[in-house]
Design a protein around this ligand. Structure first.
Ligand code: ZN
Length: 279
């Protein structure tokens, strides 16, 4: 019995255990299940969302990268178009040609090359025209200055082979020689800006050298007015044979330089510091 009781008791205990299992445990199990399902659902949603967000991030990064690549392409295309638009194709602007040159002035050209302003400046200086066409008159204000253009007088000659009276004898320069650089760029290899700058430089150099021509003409005119007042043809011949007759011409040419420096403008044949990148 005791065993039976015990068994009953055990059985009762078991029943109680069963009851607990049937009534209490299932509720907890449900709760755990719900919690587990909830947690699993949460994990799944989180995993799905994370995957989606990662995809979106990747897409955004790709888009940003594509956009950056496109921007770079657009920038390089724009630069290419600007470069093509800035190219000089051979006629716009036309390459400078001298005009207004007096008939007793000849122009001797020396070649320079370059497709940039810096290369042209080097070519102008390397041409060493004082060595080739000089000697150059030293300008005390620009010691060691490099000449890019020159002017020289050939010879003063009388207007008649015989002198009957000094009053009718006039000396003139047989010709003046102006040495100027010549640049012959190929169309498409340089910019229109460089051609414009070159044209402006050529014009200033011609203006400057024609200023030297005028100084030489004025100097000779002043000698003519002296010699025409002489009393005899012998005195006239002596006057023009004087080797120091021309000493003052160099001083007059340097005075012209000093005058330009005092009022330096391209219109009068002077290149101000930094003007158009040439100095
Ligand atoms: Zn000069």
């Amino acid at each position: 019995m005791g065993q039976a009781v015990l068994a009953v008791a055990t059985s009762a205990g078991n029943k109680a255990g069963e009851l607990w299992l049937r009534h209490v445990w299932p509720q907890r199990l449900l709760l755990i299940r719900i919690v587990c399902y909830g947690a699993i659902a949460g994990l799944i949603v989180n995993a799905v969302l994370s995957a989606s967000i990662a995809e979106l991030d990747a897409s955004n990064a790709q888009l940003a990268s594509d956009k950056s690549a496109q921007s770079e392409q657009i920038s390089s295309l724009r630069a290419l178009v600007q470069d093509l638009q800035s190219r000089w194709l051979g006629d716009n602007p036309p390459l400078w040609q001298p005009s207004g040159v007096p008939p007793n002035v000849t122009i001797t050209w020396f070649a320079v090359t370059g497709t940039t302003q810096g290369a042209l400046i080097r070519s102008l200086s390397d041409a060493d025209i004082c060595d080739r066409y000089g000697p150059c008159l030293p300008d005390p204000a620009v010691p060691g200055g490099t000449a890019w253009a020159l002017e020289s007088e050939h010879e003063a000659v009388p207007n008649a082979p015989y002198c009957y009276t000094p009053r009718t004898i006039t000396y003139h320069w047989d010709f003046h020689d102006v040495i100027l650089p010549q640049w012959s760029p190929k169309g498409g290899t340089v910019t229109m800006t460089l051609v414009s700058r070159w044209n402006a430089l050529e014009q200033v150099m011609l203006t400057h050298e024609l200023g030297h021509v005028r100084v030489a003409e004025a100097y000779l005119a002043q000698l003519n007015s002296q010699s025409q007042r002489l009393a005899s043809c012998v005195a006239l011949n002596t006057f023009w044979a004087n080797p120091h007759l021309w000493d003052g011409l160099n001083a007059a040419q340097n005075a012209y330089h000093a005058q330009l420096r005092a009022d330096c403008r391209p219109e009068v044949g002077c290149i101000p510091p930094g003007w158009m990148g040439w100095s």
